[in-house]
Design a binder for this molecule. Structure first.
Ligand SMILES: [Zn+2]
Length: 438
């Protein structure tokens, strides 16, 4: 099987190298912004013309004009960086003009009632100007002109790019043979990284769909802070207990500090000083640390699930439904970072599950989420009066009594097996799940 995957390594540039990398990030942003300006002009000029008279700039013309603009500003640049910016920019535009995004924009425009909402709706999907002052910066490089060399420390290698030997922490091996697609150099809160997007062949023993072991099939009901499995297990989505409140309190305190400073700067018409920047860095660090805790936790849980199960079924949840779901599940009104840490990022979680299943030759299925909570997993009766507070599902038709989320996960599994065209008997699960104390 061909696998495309990103390998990310931390690099430790010296002062001079860091300066050069920062400059390329800046050039990347500038090139991207120049493209955006060119496109906007193009778009305005073509807007009212009949279709056959519309004329758009070609990729080479974008490249030429970007280089010209940078030269006029006497900015030294690498053409690989500006070209990659143009490639990414045109891809972003292509996405913004796709049927899907077009439909989304149309819906939002119809919904908008104020001019401000309308302006926002008109912009949905279109790229924004890149800001070189943000804590996160990056630039792309193509698949050429790099070298990976040994260093005298076994934990490190030398990544040579733009004639710079960059010290790279080599924490995981690259596959023996691979094709490099693209290099991304990124900076996040003063730490530098190199990501290699590579394609490689991996021997994956694909499981046989028809011979799945019913004990190794599972339906998962994702909730705000736990997941319910159809075998009756409930798993917390944060594997270790973390003091989210502590993060939150510090975060809020620093945020208040910042807003006071912004207010003051506005009043005195002065610029924000170095203290503002310092605090902003602290804020970013807290956010980054809690992101890492979440991601590590998800990795642990999803790896365990993939080891244990050959078929995993989840609900196909769209972003919009998730916020609604958070409300529906009546989570205590927490706000800010605290809420963000404790609440499961469904998208991230299911993405991980999906690729881990795939890379192990196993199966992953998403099913329609309608009525998974309200339907009885034994007789199929729909319980319309199931309220959000009900933690136990009791069916009036067949008297089944079961934990509500486990009932949902059984429905999810059944739907998954059906869509998969499999007739595995669910009887075994149901009896064991039903015996659980509710
Ligand atoms: Zn029933």
């Amino acid at each position: 099987m061909q696998i495309t995957k990103g390998f990310k390594y931390r690099i430790y540039p010296n002062v001079e190298q860091a300066k050069a990398l920062d400059h390329q990030c800046f050039i990347y942003n500038q090139a991207f912004n120049i493209c955006l300006n060119l496109w906007k002009k193009d778009y305005e000029a073509n807007k009212d013309l009949p279709k056959e008279q519309k004329k758009y700039l070609k990729a080479v013309e974008y490249d030429r004009l970007v280089k010209l603009a940078l030269k006029q500003r006497e900015l030294p640049f690498k053409s690989v960086t500006t070209q990659q910016a143009r490639v990414n920019f045109l891809q972003a535009i292509k996405r913004a003009l796709s049927k899907e995004i077009l439909a989304e924009r149309k819906r939002a425009i119809q919904k908008a009632s104020t001019p401000k909402q309308k302006a926002k709706a008109l912009n949905i999907g279109f790229p924004n100007f890149k800001n070189s002052k943000l804590a996160k910066q990056s630039f792309n490089w193509n698949n050429q002109g790099y070298q990976i060399l040994e260093s005298n420390n076994k934990h490190f290698k030398i990544f040579k790019l733009m004639n710079m030997p960059l010290k790279m922490r080599y924490h995981r091996d690259l596959p023996k043979e691979y094709k490099l697609n693209q290099i991304t150099i990124s900076k996040s809160n003063d730490k530098y990284y190199i990501s290699l997007s590579i394609t490689y062949k991996q021997e994956v023993k694909q499981l046989d769909k028809q011979n799945l072991d019913s004990n190794k099939c599972v339906g998962i009901d994702l909730n705000i802070n736990d997941i319910a499995l159809s075998n009756g297990e409930l798993i917390k989505t944060l594997s270790k207990k973390i003091n989210a409140k502590k993060y939150d309190t510090t975060f809020k305190r620093l945020q208040r500090k910042q807003s006071r400073r912004i207010l003051k700067a506005k009043e005195c018409k002065s610029k924000l000083g170095s203290n503002f920047k310092k605090t902003q860095k602290q804020l970013n660090k807290i956010y980054e640390r809690s992101s890492n805790i979440k991601r590590d936790s998800y990795h642990k849980i999803t790896t365990k699930l993939t080891k244990e199960f050959d078929l995993i079924v989840v609900e196909a949840l769209k972003n919009k439904n998730m916020t609604k779901r958070a409300k529906l599940k009546n989570v205590k009104a927490k706000s800010g970072l605290n809420k963000w840490i404790l609440n499961t990022s469904f998208y991230q979680f299911t993405q991980m599950l999906e690729y881990k299943q795939k890379h192990n030759g196993k199966f992953f299925v998403k099913v329609n989420p309608q009525y998974t909570s309200k339907a009885c997993n034994v007789c199929g009766n729909i319980k319309d009066n199931l309220t959000l507070q009900d933690r136990v599902y009791t069916c009036e038709e067949c008297q089944t009594t079961i934990h509500r989320d486990i009932n949902a996960s059984l429905n999810i599994l059944e739907r998954g097996l059906k869509s998969f065209g499999l007739g595995i008997s669910l009887l075994d699960y149901k009896t064991s799940a039903l015996q659980l104390q509710v």
